[in-house]
Design a binder for this molecule. Structure first.
Ligand code: ADP
Length: 393
């Protein structure tokens, strides 16, 4: 590389570092880092693996690989992998001939039908801590990897690590601000009404009961929000560590229906479930998937009219399966359909009588995405809503 080329490369890297530090969306940030790494080192693929301190293994956070979907659910052990070596040692690694290497971990590439011939990886470090690895695979040019490639990756990795850490801190503080804001509403009611009860001695017994009921309802609301929030937080951090096993979808749905039957009876709702006789086998984490149907059916009961119906049905396609949960309830205004899956979002006017945390659908969406599935909602206001869960077969 001559000096003009070197200057051009440095300028490009500086420009990239600047865009990286101004981008706070972690996913798009990491996607642009791996793209740039691949381009600038002229390699076939680039990936970022981050360390999960909970499990002590690495997982693919971003990759240019065509088998992206398969890789993103893969974890790589620290022992016996090149990426693990880089993280443990906190040092870069160049491997020019991988077929001879014991440090190479083959499982992920077998999944995406990729043969790694050579690789360069550098640690992503924040202060003295290694948080992951940036690696590029299979040089497109002849001969061993050059030091220029290592320099490029080192500069990119330094910018990336800082940006990742910033984005994480930003996400955390943003979430904490939202939670605090949401918790404030029930807390204000509880404090207000309990102070009233304590300070005024001459409250008539009817009012007294009404105040205690409000305190009780708001405390219940608070408990629900805190529990759901903890679930969601756990889910977000362990997203890639679901216990995926062969699972019978029919059983999951009928378990959820059985659990919610008493709630349906309390509200005089006819809960009907039409499942095919033959078992539908999918790959899923049964506990989490059951949660999806519990949340959806529970909403279909909660936001229904007395004597309404809830119908659960299944439509099988070639490679996917749809589960439909249809209710005859109050419905959702069309313009709000995009928002109901957001954290803490509740449709105004409905919430007076119905307790909820606004987290149920966010949890549903998170779980389904971790399964490679999707959810969509259709609704006619005043007549009912249908939620369609699509899962890969
Ligand atoms: P919540 O705990 O408030 O029920 P969710 O996240 O489960 O929270 O749902 C978000 C909001 O979407 C609810 O507050 C409600 O306004 C609306 N919603 C969800 N399911 C239905 C439904 N089946 N019919 C009408 N509105 C619904």
């Amino acid at each position: 590389m001559d000096s003009d080329q070197k200057i051009a490369r440095l300028e490009k890297l500086l420009e990239i570092s600047r865009t990286l530090s101004s981008n706070l969306n972690l996913d798009s940030l990491l996607a642009s880092i791996v793209d740039t790494a691949k381009q600038m080192t002229q390699t076939e693929d680039a990936s970022i693996l981050l360390l999960d301190e909970g499990t002590g293994s690495l997982y693919f956070e971003a990759t240019t690989s065509l088998g992206r979907e398969a890789l993103l659910s893969e974890s790589v052990p620290l022992d016996g992998s090149a990426a693990g070596w880089i993280v443990t040692q906190g040092r870069p690694l160049i491997l020019d001939n991988l077929q001879k290497e014991k440090r190479h971990y083959e499982q992920p590439e077998q999944k995406v039908d990729f043969v790694t011939r050579n690789l360069v990886g550098v640690p992503l470090q924040v202060k003295d801590k290694t948080i992951g690895v940036l690696e590029v695979l299979n040089s497109k040019s002849e001969g061993p990897f050059s030091d220029d490639n290592l320099d490029t990756l080192t500069i990119l990795a330094a910018a990336a690590a800082v940006a990742i850490e910033n984005a994480r801190l930003f996400e955390q503080s943003d979430q904490i601000a939202t939670i605090v804001h949401e918790l404030r509403t029930p807390i204000t009611s509880i404090v207000g009404y309990s102070e009233l009860l304590l300070k005024r001695s001459n409250i008539d017994p009817q009012d007294k009961t009404a105040f205690i009921e409000i305190i009780n309802r708001e405390a219940e609301q608070l408990r629900l929000m805190v529990n759901n929030f903890l679930d969601l937080a756990r889910l977000e951090t362990r997203r890639r560590h679901l216990k995926i096993v062969p699972t019978c979808l029919n059983n999951i749905i009928s378990d959820a229906v059985r659990l919610l039957m008493p709630q349906a009876e309390d509200h005089a709702i006819d809960l009907r479930c039409a499942l095919p006789d033959q078992p539908i086998n999918i790959l899923a984490d049964p506990q989490y998937l059951k949660r999806v149907f519990i949340n959806l059916i529970s909403n279909a009961i909660k936001y229904n009219y007395p004597s309404g119906h809830v119908d659960i049905s299944i439509v099988q396609h070639h490679t996917t399966i749809d589960v439909l949960i249809a209710d005859t309830g109050v419905g959702i205004p069309p313009v709000l359909l995009n928002h109901i899956f957001d954290k803490f979002y509740r449709v105004a006017d409905q919430q007076e009588s119905v307790t909820g945390s606004g987290l149920g659908l966010a949890i549903v969406k998170e779980i389904l995405e971790a399964h490679g599935g999707t959810i969509r909602a259709e609704s006619v206001q005043g007549h009912g809503s249908t939620f369609t869960v699509t899962l890969p077969l």
